[in-house]
Ligand binder design. Structure first.
Ligand SMILES: [Mn+2]
Length: 358
């Protein structure tokens, strides 16, 4: 599996005229090696692959990383000196680096000590990661199943009078009990007027009857993220809340039908956006319809009105329209799905119809 991924990288390196690639960021380095730790490096050349770490991770790397020569730099001094020697030994002239990961100060340090050209990679590994293989799809599906089970538990657990933090903690605890290693991002638990904040993290606010309660959450299962949003009603909804909910739900379902290979991302976004606009709420839906999900919670592609690129089979993306009215409240409904030949295959199985609690 990792050999195949490395071969794809080498093809891309060839096209960009790179004779080496240095990877520091956890998602890219681990995607290409099977390592699950952090603070390590990999250097991939046209015909060799080195995994470079320090004594904290050497054993783990030797167990997890196949197809690489595992090296420990800390014995001989600093990483940059080690890199300098290795670049010389392997005759690398044009070394690709992750320009969105390496800071300016590290860039200056490398430039001053390592004798080669540093070439920004412009997301070549991310472009490979955009299409998920069977193993990745399995892991993302497992992460989504944990989120679904947690949501079912939360429907029973949540009562009026609880705080958002209390609800967020239970959600986290429950997903970790089910095997999640972490949250894919700090859970959004936003109730009442706070539900108009698309990314409102949990606070001490008490959840009251007559309010929306938006839960946007996901977990990491063996390095892969899930993501879903459901909005509950605490007590009874007002007519306005019922109207808003039904518009978002319909927009979400209509867009879901468009997630097919060959359809430009912007056209999928437009289906939900136009529906919401035509019902008079366009100004209250500010964010993109969705995004890619994988090792990172936000990956390519953006499902947004500016993205002309077309969907491809085995992309994993979200469908998450919302309406947010300042000083009133808002809601979002989000599914995680795989683009397949037959359209979007939804991984989030939790019910989407309005659920009223208490
Ligand atoms: Mn999302």
């Amino acid at each position: 599996m990792f050999k195949g991924r490395i071969e794809k990288l080498r093809e891309a390196m060839n096209q960009k005229g790179l004779d080496g690639v240095l990877l520091l960021g956890d998602p890219n380095r681990n995607y290409l090696s099977g390592f699950t730790g952090n603070e390590s490096y990999s250097l991939i050349t046209k015909n060799q692959a080195f995994f470079i770490t320090d004594s904290r991770f050497t054993q783990q790397a030797k167990q997890q990383v196949e197809d690489y020569e595992v090296l420990e730099y800390s014995k001989s001094g600093s990483f940059v000196d080690f890199l300098s020697d290795l670049v010389q030994e392997t005759s690398i002239k044009r070394l690709g680096f992750e320009e969105n990961i390496i800071t300016y100060s590290i860039y200056k340090l490398y430039k001053s000590k390592v004798n080669c050209d540093f070439i920004p990679m412009h997301g070549i590994v991310e472009k490979i990661r955009i299409i998920k293989d069977d193993e990745e799809l399995k892991l993302i599906k497992s992460a989504a199943e944990i989120a679904d089970k947690a949501f079912a538990h939360m429907i029973d657990y949540i009562k009026p009078g609880m705080t958002e933090i209390q609800i967020g903690l239970e959600l986290e605890f429950y997903m970790k009990k089910l095997g999640a290693s972490d949250l894919s991002f700090p859970s959004i638990v936003a109730s009442g007027v706070r539900s108009s904040l698309p990314h409102g993290e949990a606070t001490n606010k008490v959840v009251n009857r007559g309010e929306f309660l938006t839960l946007d959450f996901g977990c990491i299962y063996r390095e892969y993220c899930s993501d879903m949003t459901r909005t509950l009603v605490i007590g009874k909804p007002s007519d306005k809340m019922v109207e808003m909910y039904s518009i978002v739900l319909e927009a979400q379902k209509l867009a879901l039908k468009e997630y097919k290979p060959g359809v430009p991302a912007m056209e999928v976004d437009a289906v939900a956006r136009n529906y919401i606009s035509n019902r008079g709420y366009g100004e209250y839906f500010g964010h993109s319809l969705g995004h890619g999900v994988g090792r990172e919670i936000h990956e390519s592609p953006v499902i947004g009105y500016r993205n002309k690129s077309k969907l491809v089979e085995n992309m994993v993306v979200t469908d998450e329209p919302g309406i947010y009215i300042p000083d009133f409240g808002g809601l979002r409904i989000e599914d995680l799905l795989v683009v397949t030949k037959d359209g979007g295959k939804v991984l989030s199985k939790s019910p989407k119809e309005m659920i009223c609690i208490g």
